[in-house]
Write a protein that binds this ligand. Structure first.
Ligand code: GDP
Length: 203
């Protein structure tokens, strides 16, 4: 997919105020500092579309970006800092779970995971929450430049083994690095082909 245009449209904390039109949208979420802003800037070829920062928990809003005037990229807040509570669902802020449960235009989510780290409970719980809510998702491993190719393979394999403890089928996954522009085409092609499928179903 060639990115011709990428425009910021709106930020808010209420799913009811998200754009009203029916364009397909893809949500990006992960723990604070996972590299989400850098990934969004890499995917859209913009240095500053999403604000990058070392300060965790900064973007506490649902941010809509219109791409090529035909789909939305949605930048959701990092979820690593919520208080511990009994159920996985209650661990995530209400406006995030509202977004996932109410937003009809949502096609698929991307859960970002730092490739260097062992599987983290909060990420696994978030994926479980998405699964229970029947929301399709892929995993995006970030910061792959920090590992050598053999280590990338090993970390991905270990992550998949952990997932297979609770999932029958593995989700799609992408290995990316924003600093080396790695994995960009794979993610964009996945979105393009999903958009084509939706278009074909609608026509
Ligand atoms: P966010 O909080 O998830 O939006 O993360 P940011 O995109 O702001 O990145 C957090 C930190 O990780 C920053 O210091 C980035 O420079 C760094 N970072 C992000 N992506 C990469 C990457 O692909 N490779 C490396 N080496 N560092 C990255």
């Amino acid at each position: 997919m060639i990115i011709k245009t990428a425009e910021f449209i709106v930020s808010n904390s209420d799913v009811a105020k998200c754009p009203k039109n029916q364009l397909p949208e893809y949500a990006f979420i992960g723990r604070s500092n996972v590299g989400k802003s850098s990934l969004i800037n890499m995917l859209t070829n913009h240095k500053n579309l999403a604000k990058t920062s070392g300060r965790p928990g900064k973007t506490q809003l649902i941010n809509h970006f219109l791409i090529n005037k035909n789909w939305f990229l949605v930048d959701l807040p990092g979820y690593g800092y919520a208080r511990v509570s009994k159920t996985a669902k209650r661990k995530f802020q209400k406006f995030i779970t509202d977004y996932f449960e109410k937003r009809q235009q949502l096609v698929s989510a991307f859960v970002l995971v730092d490739i260097r780290h062992e599987p983290q409970k909060v990420d696994l719980e978030f994926m479980e929450y998405l699964g229970l809510s029947q929301i399709p998702f892929s995993i995006i491993f970030t910061k792959a430049d920090k590992l050598k190719p053999k280590a990338i393979e090993k970390h991905v394999e270990d992550y998949c083994q952990e997932l297979l403890k609770s999932w029958e089928e593995l989700p799609n996954y992408f290995v990316t690095s924003s600093s080396r522009t790695m994995g960009r085409e794979d993610v964009l092609e996945f979105i393009a082909s999903t958009n084509d499928e939706i278009e074909a179903l609608r026509s």
